[in-house]
Design a protein around this ligand. Structure first.
Ligand code: GLV
Ligand code: MG
Length: 324
């Protein structure tokens, strides 16, 4: 292990994260009663400029009045390049109570963006005597943000998670796609011709680099990596496939832009019972090994060692949080 210890962000379930437009208060109660892990009330792109003030008021009222149960509650503020962002932070933190857990910052481009919001949030927390420290969720969705992702990830002690905003990222990088997330028929490999002259088409994952880079930046700083939206909410299989690819790379969860996607995200990002059971057996076997003074033992014909304990502990901790 490195002499540098990676401090972990506060542990939270983040398998599913539901986007709820702040200008649609009729959706709030349903979101609060859903099976989602995190709800973010949106003041940014789902809200048109003429509805920004109204949405802010709705969101403040909803944080104060609705019973959000044990969900993590977040507000997505507007970008730092807009005229709305300062008032989002000031009004929400001055007027909404301590039920709010997180602020989501969109289109983060540099570490200084996070620093600026941290400064504002810190002043308001102190001035108003807020008891719960607000954490940050950061959306990486521009070429600038992706280029600076490592500095961004370590820019504030409030940072908890990085999110891949595939829609804005596509626009920023001028990716040739018009769908939100998922594969692209132009991103394929054509195999060489076989003896019979036939060739095969292998689909590639055009988001692989971006998600893998985000996972590394997040994990190197103790943050949760979370995959963003999948636009075609009628395509459950497509959503599952994209979510599984993200899970394989290390993501902890995925956004739901429609309530039907909540169950899909929870399904994909809940560790399978078999894996949890094996993790518990690994911990038992290593306990036994420790008592016998051994550093590594074999379980089901495979070597397990100290690294296996860390993986198993993380899995069991997630399973216990889900069971609560
Ligand atoms: C999310 O905000 C996105 O742009 O995909
Ligand atoms: Mg976006």
């Amino acid at each position: 292990m490195s002499f540098t210890i990676v401090e972990q962000a506060p542990a939270r379930l983040n398998r599913s994260e539901l986007a709820v437009p702040g200008s649609s208060p009729q959706l709030f109660e349903k979101a609060a009663k859903s099976a989602v892990d995190v709800v973010f009330l949106d003041l940014e792109d789902a809200v048109s400029p003429d509805k920004k003030d109204e949405a802010r008021k709705n969101v403040i009222q909803a944080i104060n009045d609705i019973d959000w149960g044990s969900k993590t509650l977040s507000v997505r503020i507007n970008g730092l390049d807009t005229q709305y962002m300062y008032r989002d932070v000031v009004d929400v933190l001055e007027q909404a109570g301590d039920r709010l857990d997180l602020i989501m910052i969109p289109k983060v481009g540099t570490a200084a963006d996070v620093y600026a919001v941290d400064m504002l949030v810190t002043q308001i927390e102190q001035a108003k005597g807020r008891k719960k420290r607000i954490g940050f969720e950061l959306i990486i969705e521009t070429a600038l943000g992706m280029a600076n992702i490592h500095e961004i990830a370590k820019a504030s002690k409030r940072n908890e998670s990085l999110h891949f905003g595939v829609a804005d990222y596509s626009a920023s990088t001028r990716a040739r796609t018009t769908v939100i997330g998922g594969p692209n028929p132009d991103y394929v490999v054509l195999t060489d011709k076989a003896e019979d002259g036939t060739r095969q088409v292998h689909w590639g994952d055009m988001w692989h680099y971006a998600i893998a880079r985000m996972v590394v930046a997040a994990r190197a700083n103790g943050l949760r990596p979370v995959d963003g939206p999948f636009g075609d909410f009628g395509d459950a299989d497509g959503y599952r496939a994209q979510a599984r690819r993200a899970a394989v790379l290390g993501c902890e969860g995925k956004w739901a832009i429609h309530p039907s996607q909540i169950a899909l995200a929870n399904e994909v990002f809940t560790p399978p019972a078999k894996e949890i059971e094996r993790a518990r057996r690994i911990l038992q076997a290593m306990e036994q090994a420790k008592r016998e003074g051994k550093g590594a033992v074999s379980l089901d014909g495979r070597l397990i060692d100290i690294a296996s304990i860390r993986q198993a502990e993380a899995l069991v901790a997630t399973a216990d949080r889900i069971a609560q």
